[in-house]
Design a protein around this ligand. Structure first.
Ligand code: GLN
Length: 559
């Protein structure tokens, strides 16, 4: 078989599902794409997911989380969109940077290839060369994952200038692979309060706009506050040129984990299999049962725990943007639900404590406190007040990255009496930099080489026997994802340990402190990690440290 035929054969065994959004942004494309992945892998398909983001940024690492949501970090250190976290969590897989692309990344490759004379003297044009590079990347991700189903979410909303070249790539794939390429439009149906009726017209327009790109959706997922009635299904079917049974009702749900189950109530995986000619096992596998059990636990919990999340980045105008910490929220939920409780999170700006120090007492009513990751000096003193309060009042405390560094600073200030203890990030003039810049970061900061240059991604760590960390991981070797430039200064390690702080996890060469904790005899749970455990928490395998924290919160509440 010649090479081209071989390629054809590989491709013809694979199905590509493009997911696009209509009418509004934030319609739930990511969760819809993840749920489709879930129901197909429950029927033994080898699914991988790709996210396309239309912005120029090479990765999401340089973007402000209040504007773009959380920066999610992959094992390989790539900083990407929070939707990648949803894919990993829903599919239970580990993705790589090949599963993610931005306009900037695609253009950069094309320009580099042109500079390397890889286009054989041709004029390199936006069309077809940009869409062809998009297609090459989709193929690369599929081969790397060994998948037979690839779900590709195109960011943005249909009709935007920004994502047109990606739609063009999808259209070009459709010409070549016909039945193997499938389009899902996730659209929004408003119910304006003055008419009180669900309206289909915006969806009709969105489909027409998509049609103008040469693409006809095969399925419409109709997102709305309420389920779709037959009248609306008929209308969408008639005006959008789609059989009625391919208009899927997707009402708002309190729990996103019900969405794969709801899709199956509408027969979605069968519809996809029939339309694409995909042979799926009729029985669902073990994971499907586990998922259903987890989804149920989000409704059948017996009590609640109240957790304060203290940090910055929470406010944008009049709204609180908890999306910046999506993985933290998810990790807490998984551990809470599987422990039989619901975690109620309250977002508290640490700056409030700086303005009114007495208000720190309001933390007394919480069963646990989380200080998540962060950057810069804003709100730091308020966070240190929070750590001190949690330590002295024995409220379970979990510090994630910056939250761990703050633990160390607070301990140095209040127990070692190093009053000016700080991190170089906040005050380089401090005489006691208990948190200092990592050696290999110095030159990067000097050269302003700041994009994608932190200590990023999965690194191994070894745990100290008998520690809280060791006992909960139930192993001495772990691998966790990182995103930081600063670390515990080893010059202070011994002094801190002598004063009672336990470092219970280290990089294998012993140079970097990965976990700090106080023994259970001194505090019900006071632990911080230099890494971000939240990035590896999954609904079907909650993170052991989050679970330990939640269990401590439950105990505290009972008292
Ligand atoms: N700003 C700190 C550092 O760079 C912590 C980073 C974080 O919380 N992700 O080391």
């Amino acid at each position: 078989m010649n090479k081209e035929k071989e390629e054809e054969k590989k491709v013809s065994n694979c199905k590509y599902i493009f997911v696009v959004g209509g009418v509004i942004s934030g319609v739930g494309k990511g969760v819809a794409a993840s749920s489709i992945g879930r129901i197909l892998s429950d029927r033994d398909q080898r699914v991988t997911s790709i996210k396309i983001d239309p912005y120029i940024n090479i990765d999401a690492g340089t973007m402000n989380p209040t504007e773009h949501g959380e920066v999610f970090v992959l094992d390989d250190g790539y900083e990407c969109d929070q939707d990648m976290g949803n894919y990993e969590r829903f599919l239970g897989t580990t993705l790589t940077n090949t599963n993610y692309m931005t306009t900037g990344r695609v253009y950069r490759t094309v320009i580099e290839k042109e500079r390397n004379l890889e286009y054989n003297g041709k004029c390199v044009e936006v069309v077809p060369h940009i869409p062809l590079e998009v297609i090459r990347r989709i193929e690369e991700a599929r081969l790397k994952a060994g998948a037979n189903v690839v779900i590709i979410e195109i960011g943005g909303t249909v009709g935007e200038y920004q994502n047109m070249l990606f739609l063009e790539a999808a259209r070009m794939m459709k010409i070549k692979h016909q039945r193997d390429v499938f389009f899902v439009m996730v659209s929004y149906l408003p119910i304006p309060s003055m008419v009180g009726e669900m309206k289909t017209k915006p969806t009709q327009y969105a489909v027409r706009t998509l049609n103008a790109s040469g693409i006809q959706p095969d399925i419409i997922i109709a997102r709305s506050k309420l389920p779709l009635d037959d009248r609306r299904k008929e209308k969408i079917s008639m005006f959008c040129n789609i059989p009625q049974d391919r208009v899927i009702s997707a009402p708002d749900e309190d729990s996103i984990y019900d969405i794969p189950l709801n899709f199956e109530k509408e027969g979605l995986s069968n519809i996809i299999c029939e339309t694409m000619g995909l042979t799926c096992s009729i029985e669902t596998n073990e994971d499907a049962a586990k998922w259903a059990k987890f989804a149920k636990s989000t409704h059948t919990y017996k009590g609640t725990v109240n957790i304060a999340v203290v940090g910055k980045y929470f406010n944008t105008g009049d709204f609180t943007l908890s999306d910046s910490y999506l993985s933290v929220i998810e990790a807490v939920k998984y551990s809470a639900y599987t422990s039989g409780v619901k975690a109620v999170l309250t977002w508290i700006s640490s700056m409030d404590f700086e303005k009114d120090p007495k208000s720190i007492k309001k933390l007394a009513k919480y069963d646990g406190i989380i200080v998540p990751g962060g950057f810069g000096s804003r709100g730091i003193e308020g966070i240190l007040m929070t750590v001190e309060y949690a330590r002295k009042n024995k409220i379970p405390y979990f510090g994630l990255c910056y939250g761990m560094q703050m633990m160390v600073i607070e301990y140095a200030r209040n127990i070692l009496k190093l009053k000016d203890a700080n991190t170089r990030e906040v005050n380089p003039e401090s005489k006691n930099l208990v948190i200092d810049v990592m050696e290999d970061q110095k030159k990067k900061i000097e050269d302003k080489n700041l994009g994608g240059s932190m200590r990023l991604g999965a690194y191994p760590a070894v745990l100290v026997k008998g520690s809280i960390a060791y006992n909960n991981y139930q192993t001495g070797e772990i691998s966790e994802r990182h995103r930081h430039r600063y670390e515990v200064n080893n010059d202070y390690r011994e002094k801190l340990e002598k004063a009672g702080l336990v470092f219970s996890g280290f990089s294998p060469d012993g140079k970097l402190c990965e976990i700090a904790e106080l023994p259970l005899s001194k505090h019900p749970f006071f632990l911080g990690t230099q890494f971000h455990p939240e990035f590896k928490a999954r609904p079907l395998s909650p993170h052991p440290l989050f679970t330990a924290f939640i269990k401590a919160c439950i105990k505290t509440k009972k008292k």
